[in-house]
Design a protein around this ligand. Structure first.
Ligand code: BGC
Length: 228
């Protein structure tokens, strides 16, 4: 059983085929997210992974927005045209294979959580992803990134990639610590995992003891768990 795992991001679209044990079959592919990132443009950009990564039996997609029953509802860092787009159905039409789609942070967490107590995932990339799990069960589509953090600014405004590029890594790291300090007394999580392309810019020594930085490749590996 081979699973084509795709992680659609604001900057890049990553893909890999994994076997049932989670071992990669062949290379990992990354293509740039087209701009404007409309559904049709992103589907066109996905042709390379769909056609070039060899055989697969099913597809798992992490999507950077709200997803309900395979239909995308929002995509703040892609394009407004994703509202109400039947992504799973369109990919099934294209591949002839069953397709599951979920929020990218939710998928990422499936690869790293331990499955006990309350676990939280933040992804720091173009946007800020958030996922909550209780005893291993994912609570979908909590969009903490768009919650007000300070003044009129949201969490994502403060720690998304445009903010990091503007204020520099040092101030951005301080902001991430403020985000953690705001979430900790609200969610009382056992563990918080931080992934996403910018997680590697954090200094693990600065983080509270129940906060762990995880490899961004989890965004792909979690796809297998979507089918578990
Ligand atoms: C979206 C989330 C997504 C995050 C990371 C946010 O802007 O609203 O759904 O998980 O970006 O891609």
């Amino acid at each position: 059983m081979q699973t084509l795992c795709i992680d659609i991001g604001g900057t890049g679209i990553k893909a890999i085929v994994l076997d049932a044990a989670g071992q990669p079959r062949g290379e990992r592919l990354r293509v740039l997210t087209p701009r404007p990132a409309t559904p049709e443009a992103v589907l066109a950009a996905m042709e390379e992974p769909l056609a070039g990564l060899g055989e697969f039996d099913r597809v798992a997609v992490g999507f950077p927005g709200v997803v309900v029953d395979g239909v995308t509802r929002t995509a703040p860092n892609l394009d407004p045209a994703w509202q109400g787009f039947p992504l799973a159905a369109r990919l099934t039409e294209r591949t002839g294979k069953p397709v599951r789609v979920a929020n990218d942070a939710g998928v990422q967490g499936l690869a790293v959580i331990e499955g006990t107590g309350v676990e939280l995932v933040l992804t720091l990339g173009t946007g800020m992803g958030f996922a909550l799990y209780t005893s291993g069960h994912y609570v979908p589509n909590i969009e903490m990134g768009h919650h007000i953090f300070r003044g009129r600014r949201t969490y994502e405004d403060r720690v998304g990639e445009p903010a990091r590029a503007r204020v520099g890594n040092k101030r951005w790291r301080r902001r991430v610590l403020q985000v953690i300090a705001a979430l900790a007394p609200v969610f009382n999580y056992r563990v918080l995992y931080i992934g996403g392309g910018n997680a590697r810019l954090l200094d693990p020594a600065e983080l509270p003891e129940n906060v762990r930085v995880v490899d961004n490749v989890a965004g792909l590996l979690g796809g297998l768990k979507l089918w578990a």
